[in-house]
Design a protein around this ligand. Structure first.
Ligand SMILES: Nc1ncnc2c1ncn2[C@@H]1O[C@H](COP(=O)(O)OP(=O)(O)OP(=O)(O)O)[C@@H](O)[C@H]1O
Length: 352
């Protein structure tokens, strides 16, 4: 196996309006063969634009893109989308309404500028893709005769059937209701991994990115703030923004006194110097609640999430702390509680 990345982006810049600033700001990244890379970030951070630059629908003002070792875009020239060996899956499925499932999938295989396939290859690859996405028996249906989840399976099959170098997925699950979304999330990963397809998956859903992708790039204002495997982002976020986006943790103001952070919920050893004040990240699952009538911390709310409860406890200052705990250990709303946090689980971030 070659170590050469399948896709390389080098300092990509994209701006639509000179006054509005850069939408994609010097983004560099690499994708290895068979890898699923997530692009995660809040609305407007530039995820879709970056994906469209890779697809060839937008031209970057600066930077360079190589696909399979071939230059496909720089500030002066671009290879058109149809000449890039890339498959796309969109949020709205973008199926042809007048074509059956089988014909929608075969369409990508009959494109003149793509790889050439014989009629018998088209038939075989179409059927393989249909089987892969679990739509056997529905070959002759039309898109309006399918559920949203089934339509997105067709779109996925259509993108994968020609065996492109990479496929780009732009919020492919966002239009589906939650049950279908959760099921299809696992399916998308299985399908991409079974076919060893390299992919970039754009989403604003942190759980979705973590569940599907091998690595995730967290974007903010056109830049990749941190990129790495989900576990690394969760356990070692490099900035308050990443921590907030990935972990949905609590952030408590803290003051440094004699090498310790003093907060409203306790005192923690200060490991790294970040200033005399900081915000201390405390993950919801690292907070333990214990009923204590002498405490001034009160449980305001409790939500049942299945295997666990999410508690909202209010500190004397009025600040809320969220905690997750196993649902067999119930504490009713209105109870007074003591909070315990393992000092090894907290991280200090400088105040912006
Ligand atoms: N064709 C365009 N012309 C002008 N501005 C654009 C164009 N396309 C995108 N933008 C702007 O670029 C910024 C980034 O948009 P983009 O769609 O890439 O964000 P996103 O992270 O994908 O957001 P979302 O999750 O809401 O889809 C936004 O401010 C958007 O208004």
């Amino acid at each position: 196996m070659s170590d050469q990345p399948i896709l390389q982006l080098h300092k990509i810049c994209k701006q639509f309006d000179a006054k509005a600033g850069m939408v994609v700001d010097h983004v560099s990244l690499e994708l290895q063969a068979g890898e699923i890379l997530g692009l995660l970030g809040p609305s407007g951070c530039g995820k879709t634009t970056l994906l469209r630059v890779v697809a060839g629908f937008e031209q970057p003002q600066a930077g360079q893109i190589d696909l399979s070792g071939q230059l496909i875009a720089d500030g002066t020239q671009v290879t058109p989308p149809e000449d890039r060996d890339i498959g796309m899956v969109f949020q709205d499925y973008a199926l042809f309404p007048h074509l059956s499932v089988a014909k929608n999938i075969a369409f990508g295989l009959t494109q003149p500028r793509r790889k050439r396939f014989t009629n018998s290859q088209i038939k075989d690859l179409t059927q393989e893709a249909i089987d892969l996405v679990g739509l056997s028996g529905l070959e002759q249906r039309y898109p309006h005769e399918l559920s949203g989840g089934q339509q997105q399976r067709v779109a996925l099959a259509r993108a994968i059937a020609p065996q492109p170098t990479i496929i780009l997925l732009d919020e492919p699950l966002s239009n589906l209701d939650v049950q279908v979304r959760l099921r299809l999330r696992q399916e998308v990963r299985r399908i991409l991994k079974t076919t060893n397809t390299s992919a970039i998956f754009v989403t604003h859903d942190q759980e979705e990115a973590m569940a599907i992708c091998d690595r995730v790039g967290i974007m903010q204002q056109g830049q990749i703030e941190q990129i790495g495997p989900p576990e690394m982002l969760y356990n070692h976020p490099q900035s308050r923004f990443v921590a907030d986006f990935v972990t949905q943790a609590n952030f408590l103001p803290a003051t440094l006194k004699e090498k310790h952070w003093h907060t409203e919920v306790g005192i923690f050893p200060a490991a790294a110097p970040v200033g005399n004040t900081c915000e201390l990240m405390i993950r919801q699952e690292d907070v333990q609640l214990q009923a204590d009538e002498t405490s001034r911390i009160v449980v305001r709310d409790r939500q049942f999430l299945g295997r666990e409860y999410q508690y909202c406890a209010v500190l004397p200052s009025g600040k809320s702390i969220y905690a997750r705990a196993a649902s067999h250990n119930q504490i009713p709303a209105g109870s007074y509680v003591k909070l315990q946090v393992d000092p090894d689980t907290v991280t200090a971030f400088p105040i912006d």
